[in-house]
Design a protein around this ligand. Sequence first.
Ligand SMILES: NC(=O)c1ccc[n+]([C@@H]2O[C@H](COP(=O)([O-])OP(=O)(O)OC[C@H]3O[C@@H](n4cnc5c(N)ncnc54)[C@H](OP(=O)(O)O)[C@@H]3O)[C@@H](O)[C@H]2O)c1
Length: 291
Amino acid sequence: MILVTGATGKIGSRLAKHLMESGNRIRVVSRSEEKIEDFKKKGAEPAVGNLLDRDFCLRAFDGCGRAFLLVQGDPASGRHYEEEVQIGKNYAEALRTTDIEHAIFISSLGVEKGTGSALIDSKIQIEADLKDTGIPVTVIRPGNFLENMYNFFETISSAGFFTYPMPGNIKIPHVSVDDIAEIAFKAFRRGPNGWEIIDMPGIEYSFFDIAMEISEKLNRMIKYMRVSDDQFREVFTGFGISDKFCDDYLAMFRYFEEGDFNYDPQSMPSEFDYSPKTLEEFVPELVRAIK
Ligand SMILES: NC(=O)c1ccc[n+]([C@@H]2O[C@H](COP(=O)([O-])OP(=O)(O)OC[C@H]3O[C@@H](n4cnc5c(N)ncnc54)[C@H](OP(=O)(O)O)[C@@H]3O)[C@@H](O)[C@H]2O)c1
């Protein structure tokens, strides 16, 4: 049995699908019974609860031999760092006390040196706690997700622009969640390899590159506009996001601006035969959804 946390999210849902299609038995975690109803209908075992709850977390792992792990703190709580670290500690205890032989953990590029943003740096503590267990863990450290562009679905389709609080000309690593799920799938298929770090930067693109590619494929001008930190904070807090999360989000963009990504392309096992999804491959999918 393979435990899939984050099964209703971007990476976990794709991985769960791959695993089921190839005949694996999976247990899917969500805080909402309704959100995993489809997986249940297809034969997955549901585990409904909050991974912040240590007892629930241990029960979710019980009887599984492999586990796909990710953490996502609540952007509204102001305690996203503490929440992610707590879930990481619950995972570590579960690895120590249950029968897991191989886990995969979604971390982030940047954790090697620290970034000054708790959104990324929470993973430093979690990696250390997982490593301490001595259980084989494959750590995947992705760059910025191409699929984050779906957050701008509305403004792109109605007003023709998207925004971030950073200059449009700086190239940052962009990776597709399809690729991340596929590599996680291949890592489970291959089996444990001790404590293993796989950097997944994908390809470096700027937001101007992305705007140009969308404009070309949509056949109309789509602009990238840098917003000020204050404008960004006003919009985000308007959606109920905490000030602390905004601070960390802005700190993440300062880290992106510095451009010191420090990744090792050789860390990807050659047998995974990985070729990163390009912007030219990704944008048509986005455009189909916008049209
Ligand atoms: N976005 C990026 O560019 C980027 C880049 C590098 C790394 N990352 C990392 O990738 C991870 C996010 O992956 P993703 O985008 O696939 O996730 P996602 O789409 O944001 O979904 C989050 C998942 O976490 C689950 N979840 C959240 N809090 C939970 C809790 N307390 N208990 C149980 N489940 C909980 C949610 O399940 P329910 O809501 O159904 O309960 C959902 O399935 C984060 O650790 C992030 O830091 C992101």
